[in-house]
Design a protein around this ligand. Structure first.
Ligand SMILES: [Zn+2]
Length: 607
């Protein structure tokens, strides 16, 4: 208080005795105008930002003589910090004191001020706003990254800890803990610096390729960092398919060459260039030769077909400068009496390609003799549903154009097949087509039913199909409730089956639409046989029985009956076809031949 001491002394007694009184400098005892405000409560408090200070600030008003003044209006207003005040207009009481209602601080850390004013006089009240508890962990370094297995992640995970108001918090403990991938950290217990930041000392990923994760925690808040552990540089290459195979000349080598690259921890090395090449002469054909290893570290060319040279050697060269030795694959071929030349119209993934190769080989093993070669010339669109490419060649013995496309997605139509061009007189197919729904083939692959289904379709192209049977006089009552196959070889086989069937032989399927009826053995009788119209549940064997082979003999093929699968008839099936799932109706669309070609190549449309 800046009052001359002579006056102060003179007024002291009066001020103590009568608080409301005012001591005038002239001794008249009349109060003067407000001259000063003093803080009587709520000075120098602390509170968390946006919270109320615990004591509402209060001030006393005096005149120039130090007399407390009653009845004076004091106005409170926030001066800095962004807070709010209630009771911002109060009148001094008999002691000259006027309290505010409340003061809620704003969101700014540090000093915040409130001003109290009465007429020309004022005073500033200061409070300190402190931060709240850790509420948010903010990434400072990228939250996702990648590094080689067993290597350290850079930059190291780093965070900023903030309270709920966005204030960076200094001195807060932060932990970094590995939760996935088996890596390790150093400096897993850290403390935020003056800027609210903390980083783990280091993070070393686990030795297995795949996702790694650590979690940063502060108070109840946390943040995840992820890193992909990538396979390290390959240190070994191994053959994932036979390095020596036997096959047939002018046919696909049974298994595509597959090479697998792994790092020093056994993890696959994806993305490494591998070049396949035929070495040592010969007339084999290799396609899709420039590859990179896939997600599981495997590289494979698209196709490998033998010519007429008896051996073919393929060399895999691993690129990238890793110094790995080449891997060599050899195939030895002999002449197959009967050749099924399966040509891919669309690219095939390696597993599908190998399935087609195996299915074709199944029939080539059964048919033991050549059928007459025939010259064929057709344009690429001649076969309708499958693009053949223009054909101008002598066919020995069956050429199949195969494509895998989108037809209608998973389920419903699985595929389309049919002979396109057949020989006159024998009606045996020269050019055929088959098309599969890609999604269905992938599903069949997963459930190990792909090869039987492709084998089944090739069976139709060989002549196990209504129209060929009708024209060869091998079917009676097609389209009726009881169609039968009348071939003598097939009928001769029947008694060796322990199947109880009351009725005419050999029963053909009589339901489920045009793609099923009359072109398959009757499902209710032959059950799991390969050439019935239903695919069995996964794991149920679908034998290619002597009955089917005998029907090929009825068409005029020379066959080896000993190549038949044993036909087990003691498997228990639901008799109600509608509940025979997860077996399902193949749902094929079978197309009759469009042309016949005579031995000198004259083409004639059918019908
Ligand atoms: Zn079929």
């Amino acid at each position: 208080m800046n009052v001359p001491h002579s006056i102060a002394r003179r007024c002291l007694a009066a001020a103590l005795a009568i608080a409301v009184a005012a001591c005038g400098g002239d001794g008249s005892n009349q109060p003067g105008p407000p001259a000063s405000l003093e803080v009587v409560a709520g000075s120098g408090q602390s509170a968390v930002v946006t919270n109320f200070v615990s004591i509402a600030p209060s001030v006393r008003v005096r005149d120039a003589n130090g007399n407390a003044l009653s009845g004076i209006v004091v106005r409170y207003s926030v001066q800095s910090g962004g807070g709010t005040v209630t009771g911002d207009s109060a009148r001094t009481d008999v002691n000259g004191v006027a309290p505010s209602g409340s003061w809620r601080l704003g969101g700014t850390l540090g000093a915040q001020t409130l001003r109290a004013a009465a007429q020309g006089a004022s005073v500033t009240i200061t409070a300190t706003a402190t931060s709240g508890p850790p509420a948010v962990v903010v990434p400072v370094s990228p939250q996702s990254s990648a590094a080689l297995v067993a290597a350290s992640v850079t930059p190291v995970p780093s965070v900023e800890i903030r309270d709920g108001f966005g204030n960076a918090l200094a001195g807060v403990p932060v932990t970094f803990t590995v939760t996935l991938g088996g890596g390790t950290v150093t400096g897993g217990s850290a403390t935020t610096d003056g800027g609210g930041r903390a980083a783990v000392g280091s993070w070393t990923l686990g030795s297995a390729a795949g996702l790694n994760r650590i979690i940063a925690r502060a108070g109840g808040a946390s943040l995840i960092f992820e890193a992909q552990a990538l396979g390290a540089a390959p240190v070994a290459a191994s053959a994932e398919s036979p390095t020596a195979q036997n096959g047939f000349l002018r046919y696909m080598v049974p298994k595509l060459p597959r090479i697998k690259l792994v790092d020093g921890f056994g993890n696959p090395s994806p993305g490494i260039p591998v070049t396949f090449a035929i070495v040592g002469g010969g007339d084999a054909v290799l396609t899709g030769t420039n590859t990179v290893t896939d997600a599981v570290g495997i590289a494979t060319p698209s196709d490998w077909r033998m010519g007429v040279a008896a051996t073919s050697t393929v060399e895999a060269t691993i690129g990238g400068g890793f110094g790995l030795p080449k891997v060599t694959f050899t195939a030895t071929g002999t002449t197959s009496p009967f050749l099924i030349d399966i040509r891919f119209v669309t690219p095939m993934i390696p597993d599908l390609r190998d399935a087609f190769a195996e299915a074709g080989l199944r029939w080539m093993g059964i048919i033991t003799a050549d059928i007459p070669d025939v010259p064929v010339t057709i344009p690429s669109s001649a076969c309708g549903f499958v693009a053949t490419g223009p054909v101008n060649e002598t066919v020995d013995d069956l050429v199949i154009f195969a494509q895998v496309t989108f037809i209608d997605g998973p389920g419903n139509v699985l595929g389309r097949a049919g002979p396109c061009v057949r020989r006159t007189t024998t009606r045996l197919t020269t050019i055929g087509g088959m098309e599969f729904e890609e999604a269905d083939l992938i599903n069949l692959k997963v459930s190990n039913r792909l090869i039987p289904v492709i084998t089944h379709e090739i069976g139709h192209l060989l002549g196990i199909i209504k129209d060929t049977w009708v024209d060869r006089g091998l079917i009676s009552d097609a389209g009726s409730a009881d169609p039968i196959f009348t071939g003598t070889e097939a009928n001769a086989i029947w008694p060796s089956f322990t199947i109880s069937h009351i009725g005419r032989l050999v029963p053909l399927h009589n339901a489920d639409g045009a793609g099923s009826a009359d072109s398959h053995w009757r499902e209710s009788v032959l059950e799991n046989e390969l050439m019935t119209p239903f695919v069995e549940a996964s794991g149920v064997f679908m034998p290619l029985s002597r009955l089917t082979i005998a029907s090929l003999a009825d068409l005029g093929y020379m066959v080896d009956m000993n190549k038949a699968d044993p036909f087990l008839t003691n498997i228990s099936f639901p008799t109600d076809m509608s509940i025979r799932y997860p077996g399902f109706l193949l749902n094929e669309q079978l197309y009759p031949a469009k042309y016949e070609v005579d031995p000198v190549g004259r083409l004639k449309p059918i019908n």
